[in-house]
Design a protein around this ligand. Sequence first.
Ligand SMILES: NC(=O)c1ccc[n+]([C@@H]2O[C@H](COP(=O)([O-])OP(=O)(O)OC[C@H]3O[C@@H](n4cnc5c(N)ncnc54)[C@H](OP(=O)(O)O)[C@@H]3O)[C@@H](O)[C@H]2O)c1
Length: 296
Amino acid sequence: VRILVTGITGYVGGALAPRLAEAGHDVVGLSRDPRRTGPDIPVLAGDVNTGAGLDAALDGVDVAYYLAHSLESANPEGFATRDRRMAQNFVAAARTAGVRRVIHLGIFDVPRRSSHQESRIEVDEIVRATTPESLTLRSGPILAPDNWYMQAMANLVKRVPVVTLPERGRLLVQPIDGRDVTECLAAAATSDAVAGHAVDIAGPDVITQRELVEAIARRMGRRRLVTGLPRFARRRGMPEVFARVGGGDPAILKPLFFTGLTDNVAHDDGAARLDVVTRGVEESLDHTLTEMGLRH
Ligand SMILES: NC(=O)c1ccc[n+]([C@@H]2O[C@H](COP(=O)([O-])OP(=O)(O)OC[C@H]3O[C@@H](n4cnc5c(N)ncnc54)[C@H](OP(=O)(O)O)[C@@H]3O)[C@@H](O)[C@H]2O)c1
């Protein structure tokens, strides 16, 4: 199957492309700057924000992964407007090229959405409407050494003795191992079980944010007190503090802080539909923190 991976220079696309090639697919990537990628998979120049290069990149493609987002400091207009335009440009070009299936990785839906969650679900719906087979896999936090989430959590544990979480850390999360995300996305290229749907993929464990922080801290050999802050402080200063302490790009971390203000759990088991057996939190954290060189 001829497959295009947008976001091949990012965390999700970077892990997925070699897996697809290994499965025997004919894989090509898309990036605004193809020089930033390795030699193994051909990468074409293209920009989903302007539409440049999309027609050429999608020519002859059967399945396209849409794994780009505009959460970056270089985006002055705000993520919602640009993410909508990027998705619409991609969908239009994919339809013109006759792509059979577009696959997107989104986030779990929740009852009270933040502006970031609103925007992610909007993109999810735009992309899923491309063709009848197009689909979204939705996940919660991804546990992997090279993903922003674990890097921010590890920095938080390293840098502050008291970790401040919404609702004193009582909100629920259902993380997934990065290796399982890659397997689910790869299986979605050809599976009939998820075609045309939005399905949640997750690990087997539902835990509180506090338990997750404590499990990370324990492996790093630190004891951390988990506490909460009044509502006004959460809205005002906490996203900035979270972004600064977490390191990385504040344009990614600030909106994601608000994403953590509700329970973040799966509503169905898309991984099982894709025949992927997902790993538990303990196994994922052991692997991730060892790979990051942070295991005590
Ligand atoms: N990582 C997670 O924990 C997680 C969890 C759930 C869902 N997701 C979703 O998975 C997708 C990928 O996330 P990620 O973490 O892999 O992102 P990432 O590491 O931040 O990478 C972002 C990617 O977007 C591409 N991109 C941005 N603007 C572009 C443009 N105008 N034209 C073409 N490409 C553009 C970048 O490519 P170039 O800079 O090379 O152009 C880069 O490869 C996103 O939709 C995200 O919402 C991620």
